[in-house]
Design a protein around this ligand. Structure first.
Ligand SMILES: [Mg+2]
Length: 236
């Protein structure tokens, strides 16, 4: 007998639907004129994200403005690599990075998977952390807004709850009339995506293209490193 269970499949945005490193790498190289091997750009970006995560609660609590938060994370991360950015340069790097984020492309192999789930009648959506306008612009740049209706796109600043709080997944369940046991979340970040969704009772596909190590004892339902691998997973 054919399986008829319909699933709800939600994707993370940054580093799951597109490669977040590309706009950062290209923006930094352009502004600072760095040669390819001058600095390990992936490590630098990792530190930018780290400082961003540390500073974000201050932005959310109104202690820091958004632009100040964004520049500060650049200054702190670049300083760790011996690159002292003054405020003006940090703003230039940030502007070049933002500009490129609105010209991003889907990771190879993502589009057929979105189409496969949508044509199969499954509920498909996005859950992403960040400012509403900024995240929506990236979703539009990817063309994903043409595939996924707006009421299935959940952005933390709009919802008022952010990953890894399991409450955001519970909120999505209520809004989409889905149940945790039929929900699958696909994301790249251990704490926010894997832990958050598992704690909400969802199944989780961990996208791990950079060979990161688990940070807790949680066990993702599936792990994949490319969308070629993903399409072979027995998730349906
Ligand atoms: Mg991500």
């Amino acid at each position: 007998m054919q399986k008829t269970t319909k699933l709800a499949i939600f994707f993370d945005l940054d580093d799951t639907l597109y490669n977040h490193l590309v706009p950062f790498r290209d923006g930094v190289r352009e502004v600072l004129g760095l040669t390819e091997n001058a600095v390990n750009i992936a490590d630098l970006f990792h530190r930018v994200r780290h400082h961003s995560d540390l500073l974000w609660p201050k932005y959310l609590q109104g202690e820091l403005e958004l632009e100040e938060t964004r520049l500060l994370r650049m200054e702190l991360a670049f300083a760790e690599f011996g690159l002292d950015l003054n405020r003006e340069m940090a703003a230039e790097v940030q502007a070049a990075y933002i500009d490129r984020q609105y010209k991003i492309k889907l990771i190879d192999g993502v589009l057929p998977q979105l189409q496969r789930f949508i044509s199969g009648g499954h509920t498909v959506g996005i859950i992403t952390n960040g400012p509403e306008d900024h995240q929506m612009k990236k979703i539009r740049a990817l063309g994903v807004d043409k595939l996924i209706p707006e009421d299935r796109i959940f952005i933390s600043d709009a919802v008022g709850i952010a990953k890894p709080d399991p409450e955001i997944f519970a909120y999505v369940n209520r809004k989409t009339e889905t149940t945790p046991e039929h929900c699958l979340y696909i994301g790249d970040t251990w704490g926010n995506d894997v832990v958050g969704a598992l704690e909400a009772g969802w199944k989780v596909c961990w996208y791990n293209p950079r060979d990161r190590q688990p940070l807790t004892d949680h066990v993702p339902s599936y792990t994949f490193t490319t969308y070629d691998e993903f399409k072979e997973l027995p998730i349906l």
